[in-house]
Design a protein around this ligand. Structure first.
Ligand code: 5GP
Ligand code: ZN
Length: 141
């Protein structure tokens, strides 16, 4: 099992620093975020240290992902919420601060004032098909 000595989430998993745990699975641990965006804001972390989603083995990612429907539902209902966001900040340029993959479950309610800025842009002619072709090529490797 891979564990990093100085990683804050590995330290929580090893029980070296406290956390408010809501679920313990074989592949993941879930605990309340110390600075919640809404009550019940939960972090789901793989019990092994992987910095980002794209560096995780598919099987393990599947095991962590399998916990999300029931856990998301439990967090939402316990928080008295009516929806939730599932968010991964994957990589520092995407806003990741703690370099141990974690999935945010953020309970939401109508009118709660939370939200994202979606600065949408269009595609130039041919750009979408070129991008799609690149993705298909990358997937084939
Ligand atoms: P990121 O920006 O990396 O996606 O989010 C990191 C999250 O981890 C933040 O929401 C932050 O509040 C949370 N966090 C950082 N350190 C700790 C900690 O020691 N305990 C808990 N429970 N959450 C933490
Ligand atoms: Zn770690």
């Amino acid at each position: 099992m891979s564990s990093e000595p100085n990683c804050v989430f590995c330290r929580i998993i090893r029980g070296e620093i406290p956390a408010t745990v809501v679920h313990r699975g074989d592949a993941c641990l879930a605990f309340l975020d110390i600075q919640p965006l809404s009550p019940g804001h939960t972090l789901v972390v793989p019990t092994q240290h992987y910095p980002t989603l794209d560096r995780m083995p598919e099987q393990l990612a599947g095991e962590v992902g399998a916990a999300l429907p029931r856990l998301g539902s439990a967090v939402m209902r316990a928080a008295g919420a009516t929806g939730f966001n599932v968010l991964i900040n994957n990589g520092s340029d995407a806003g990741q601060v703690v370099p141990h993959l974690h999935i945010h479950l953020i309970p939401r309610r109508a009118g709660d004032g939370l939200g994202f800025r979606w600065n949408v842009r269009g595609y130039q002619p041919g750009e979408a098909e070129r991008l799609a072709e690149s993705v298909r090529r990358e997937m084939a490797e």
